[in-house]
Design a protein. Structure first.
Length: 115
């Protein structure tokens, strides 16, 4: 079974930046389309961005121009560079396959943006 480990979250002021990482162990990461998801308190989990196995990307309108998804298949790792963060970006961020999450969820990484 694939194990997903997210890291890189933290507390940042509005306008700041963070870089999230997602390490995948035990699965076919390099051949899978992947995605970042987030869940804010009291809200449903939503997809933030996805990336094909060849590197093609899509970003949700709410983060377009501010967030950038990328991957390094040699390291079985995916990234989310988050710039110009806003308080509404506060959430627990998760990674999984995309566009449909097929693997067990990891613990996620908390991102908190203060105003």
């Amino acid at each position: 079974q694939v194990q997903l480990v997210e890291s890189g979250g933290g507390l940042v002021q509005a306008g700041g930046s963070l870089r999230l990482s997602c390490a995948a162990a035990g699965g076919s990461f390099s051949i899978r389309p992947m995605a970042w998801y987030r869940q804010a308190p009291g809200k449903e989990r939503e997809q933030v961005a996805n990336i094909g196995r060849g590197g093609s990307t899509n970003h949700a309108d709410s983060v377009k121009g501010r967030f950038t998804i990328s991957r390094d298949n040699a390291k079985n790792t995916m990234y989310l560079q988050m710039n110009s963060l806003k308080p509404e970006d506060t959430a627990v961020y998760y990674c999984n396959t995309g566009p449909v999450p097929l693997w067990n969820w990891g613990q996620g990484t908390q991102v908190t943006v203060s105003s």
